[in-house]
Every structure is written in C-alpha cells, then in structure tokens.
Design a protein around this ligand. Structure first.
Ligand SMILES: Nc1ncnc2c1ncn2[C@@H]1O[C@H](COP(=O)(O)OP(=O)(O)OP(=O)(O)O)[C@@H](O)[C@H]1O
Ligand SMILES: Nc1ccn([C@@H]2O[C@H](COP(=O)(O)O)[C@@H](O)[C@H]2O)c(=O)n1
Length: 228
C-alpha cells in the first residue's frame, strides 16, 4: 500500500471488559486498518516499573523510570505484540499484579501526556489507510478529531461475566472486584462512562461478539458516508 498523508482514525473508548480490544481488532481486520491498543502501553509501563521494584504510586520514581522505557507494539491486527526493550511482555502485562498497579501509573499527568504523544506518533506512522485506536480517552484527548468516535459500553454485570469467563485462576468475585476498582480509579482521571459530544454509544449488553462487531462497523460506515 502506498504512502498517504494521514490515516483515517476510528476512536473507541469504554470501561474495562466492554470488549474494546476484541471488537477493535476485528473491526480493523475487516476494514484493512491497523489497530492500536493504548492500554497496553500503560500496562507495559506498570510492568516495567514493577520489574524495577519501584512503587507505582511514587510519581517521581515512575517519571524517573520513564526515561528508560523502551516500548514497542505491533499494530497490524494479526501481528500484535507488546515489547519493552528486548522482552516480549504481551502476556505478562495481563497478569493480575500489573492490572492492580496500572491505574496508579495512569493517574500521573506527565505519564499521560508522554503516552498521548506516543500514541499520536504511532497512529500517524501507520502505512495503512486507517487505524482503530482504543482506550479510555481516545475520543476526548488522544484523537478528538477522529472521523468516527465510539463509546463501547455494556452493563457491569455483562462485563464481569465476560471477563470472569476468560479467567480461570481467580474467583468470579475477585475478578469482578478488580474490574470495579480499576474502573473507579480510572474514572477519577478520565471520563469514559458517558459519551462526550459527537461520540456515538454502542451498548453491547444484549449483543454477542459478532453482533457487536457488526454494530460498530455500521456506525463507522454510516459516519463515513455522512462525511463523504
Ligand atoms: N459483545 C460481546 N459479547 C460477548 N463477549 C464479548 C463481547 N465483547 C467482548 N466479549 C468478550 O469479553 C471479554 C473482554 O473483552 P475485551 O478484552 O475485548 O475487553 P476490553 O474492553 O478491551 O477490556 P480491558 O479494558 O479490561 O482490556 C473477551 O473475552 C471478549 O471476547
Ligand atoms: N487510553 C487509556 C488506555 C488505558 N488506560 C489505563 O490503562 C489501563 C489498562 O487498560 P486496558 O484497556 O488494557 O484495560 C486502564 O485501566 C487505565 O488505567 C488509560 O488510562 N487510558
């Protein structure tokens, strides 16, 4: 595919377990777009900080560590990986201790502005015609200019049930409490429970994964027709 001036952006936000990653990746595949998982960078930084025995709540120490944070991510939907230095951390960043530490990292304003500019650089460098970017503040902070902006929601009950179906090493109650407390902490820093002006809500509570992917594709196609 030849170079172009700027890839089209689809911005998707939502709470933990709403289906952002699985839906965004599938949508990117169908559109021939790249897929940028922004939560992976916050998680990778949390992993990096923990690996150095730094307290994630110690903002000064985290910021000092940021200088040595050598991060890379695969944005092709079928070549997804997350790497810090020479270490592939694709699976390690999903471990419960990283999930428990990540909100402390994400509340540090300098971390947010550093990663926001990294996300913009990565998305702008995509050789494809578009990028689906997902996270918590993509529609509002990272890419408020995106052509299509979507808030992907689902009831708390549905999100907990989906997440606990994935995790066999912890009780459903423990998984639910972790999800709830992460959303509570993250909500103090960014707004992702209700849609900002111009952001379209897709509620997947009563949809299965395929239906949700189709609903998001419908929103994208309608919006792109409006803009054409
Ligand atoms: N509409 C849906 N119906 C049923 N299951 C779904 C649906 N959407 C997503 N899932 C499943 O729910 C789980 C959580 O989805 P996913 O990891 O994509 O959420 P997320 O919003 O990226 O979460 P997090 O922010 O915690 O990383 C996955 O197992 C996914 O397959
Ligand atoms: N745009 C974003 C994306 C993520 N975060 C923080 O990272 C955590 C992990 O995100 P997942 O999508 O992988 O669950 C999340 O809990 C937030 O703390 C963020 O702040 N902004």
């Amino acid at each position: 595919m030849g170079r172009h001036s700027r890839p089209h952006l689809v911005a998707i936000d939502g709470p933990a377990g709403s289906g952002k990653s699985s839906v965004s990746r599938a949508v990117a595949r169908r559109l021939g777009f790249d897929y940028l998982d922004t939560g992976a960078a916050y998680r990778a930084l949390a992993w990096f900080v923990l690996s150095k025995k730094i307290d994630p709540a110690d903002a000064q120490a985290v910021l000092a560590a940021l200088a040595g944070f050598d991060y890379s991510i695969g944005i092709e939907p079928d070549r997804y990986y997350v790497q810090v230095g020479d270490t592939v951390v694709t699976d390690a960043i999903r471990e419960p201790e990283v999930s428990a530490a990540v909100s402390d990292i994400a509340r540090i304003p300098e971390v947010r502005s550093y990663l926001t500019s990294l996300f913009r650089t990565i998305a702008a460098g995509s050789p494809r015609t578009g990028v689906v970017v997902e996270g918590r503040d993509i529609t509002t902070v990272v890419a408020p200019e995106a052509e299509v902006r979507i808030l992907l929601t689902a009831s708390e009950e549905a999100r907990m049930a989906r997440r606990s179906a994935e995790i066999s090493t912890q009780s459903a109650e423990a998984v639910a409490e972790q999800l709830r407390s992460r959303d509570r902490a993250d909500s103090q820093v960014v707004e992702f429970m209700s849609a900002a002006d111009g952001v379209i809500t897709v509620d997947s509570t009563h949809l299965d994964l395929e239906q949700t992917i189709d609903a998001v594709l419908d929103v994208i196609n309608t919006r792109r027709e409006e803009l054409a």
